[in-house]
Design a protein around this ligand. Structure first.
Ligand SMILES: [Zn+2]
Length: 429
């Protein structure tokens, strides 16, 4: 059975940071034809209606049909501790994160958290996420099982730590390698699931553990590797004490085989020029987590400068250091952080970051993040007049970007009319 979604269709053929807003393809009275989880065609509604009279019609009127949002960095086990008050990064980990993560050896607790997190993401229009789990293999099984049941394309991995964490959250170099390898072999490439080798960050791994995970990545270059980089200045000083031989923070990862094109580096705020050069030269991806950076007081990511020098960048909530499940709120925070650096991001750039940009950062840019024939049918339908405040502002808009921007700045899950995952709809109740 074919489905025809009718509305304003927005997708990107190119990167608006390079090409400007014309990188977007906008079909004001458009439609998307899908079948068996794939996009078959996109174009004017009238012609697709005439060509496919048999298709089930879903008329969303003036609502926007967008690629589903892609959240390039999150910690699903932190769902229950989101919005924990008043700490810097290291205190925040010790006070909120580690006690909660200690509970994820219990498969039932992990199942409930995974289902809650993914259902919240879908309600906010997010169809794909790349998540950290905990040290417990059960936490990875729970997340992939929940995503598989929902038909979602997700990436995730066991978070490895063998020092500077509570006893209940420490593995070892050998068990991190063995368990990560077993989980990779169990889950990678099954349905829409992808494994990610996941050292939490340099301070919580010994050199032996980093080397073991680097060896695993060398054996499995087909998977991604995710970690954190240069989030806060006191963290960077700590890394320098722990690894005095390293030239800088990124060099710790590079020395242990953890720098590569499929590497995902969360935060990347306080980078040295040498680190920026290396990240660009290897084609690694940086992941901007703006609500988290504001919430934990980490600093102002240099979006414009990093894009101008050719870095690959995705956008993410960083749940639960981040303070919202909404990629709309996350776009707004990216806008605000750029404003604090004296730069205004165009709505096209923000929307691209939350869709094609993040998909590309995750190495999934040929499958998700765009509305084009052959792409997987993950779509988000966005009401551009979801509240009175947004509606009265959007009503004055002269073009789509002006109509979209109030929803970016003031929108939340009320703006999500429907989320289509793998060609199947989840309509808002
Ligand atoms: Zn994180």
């Amino acid at each position: 059975m074919r489905d025809l979604l009718i509305g304003q269709v927005l997708s990107f053929d190119d990167d608006p940071f390079l090409e400007g807003p014309s990188a977007a393809r906008i079909e004001a009275e458009g439609a998307v034809l899908i079948e068996d989880g794939r996009i078959l065609a996109v174009g004017p509604a009238a012609s697709l209606r005439a060509a496919h009279p048999e298709a089930r019609r879903h008329d969303y009127g003036k609502a926007l049909i967008s690629p589903g949002f892609v959240d390039a960095h999150a910690h699903y086990p932190q769902t229950g501790i989101i919005a924990g008050w008043g700490k810097r990064l290291i205190d925040w980990l010790n006070t909120y994160t580690f006690p909660e993560e200690s509970r994820f050896g219990d498969p039932e607790h992990a199942r409930r958290a995974a289902e809650t997190c993914l259902d919240l993401m879908l309600a906010h229009g997010t169809t794909s996420v790349c998540s950290f789990c905990t040290i417990h293999p059960e936490s990875v099984d729970a997340f992939f099982t929940a995503a598989q049941a929902r038909g979602m394309r997700v990436m995730a991995g066991k978070t490895c730590m063998d020092r500077n964490a509570p006893d209940s959250l420490r593995d070892s170099a050998q068990s991190a390698y063995d368990q990560s390898k077993a989980l990779l072999e169990r889950w990678h490439g099954v349905d829409r699931l992808g494994y990610v080798i996941t050292p939490r960050f340099a301070p919580t791994s010994t050199p032996d553990q980093l080397a073991a995970l680097g060896a695993l990545w060398a054996e499995h270059p087909e998977v991604a590797m995710q970690t954190h980089l240069s989030e806060q200045k006191e963290e960077i000083r700590w890394v320098a004490e722990l690894f005095p031989e390293a030239r800088d923070y990124l060099d710790v990862y590079e020395r242990f085989g953890l720098l590569g094109a499929r590497g995902l580096y969360g935060h990347a705020i306080h980078l040295e020029p040498r680190e920026r050069d290396r990240l660009r030269d290897v084609g690694a991806a940086l992941v901007h987590c703006p609500t988290s950076n504001a919430f934990i007081g980490s600093g102002l990511f240099d979006m414009v400068g990093l894009k101008a020098e050719g870095q690959r960048i995705g956008l993410a909530t960083d749940i639960g250091g981040g303070s919202s499940f909404s990629m709309l709120r996350t776009m707004a925070a990216a806008y605000e952080i750029a404003q604090l650096r004296g730069e205004a991001l165009h709505p096209a750039q923000l929307w691209w970051l939350a869709t094609a940009g993040s998909a590309g950062a995750l190495g999934l840019g040929d499958r998700i993040g765009r509305i084009a024939p052959g792409y997987e049918a993950d779509l988000t339908v966005v009401d551009l007049a979801s509240t009175q405040a947004i509606a009265q502002r959007a009503a004055r808009a002269g073009d789509l970007w002006e109509a979209l921007f109030p929803t970016i700045m003031m929108g939340d899950d009320r703006a999500i009319l429907a989320t289509w995952v793998n060609g199947k709809p989840i309509h808002r109740a």
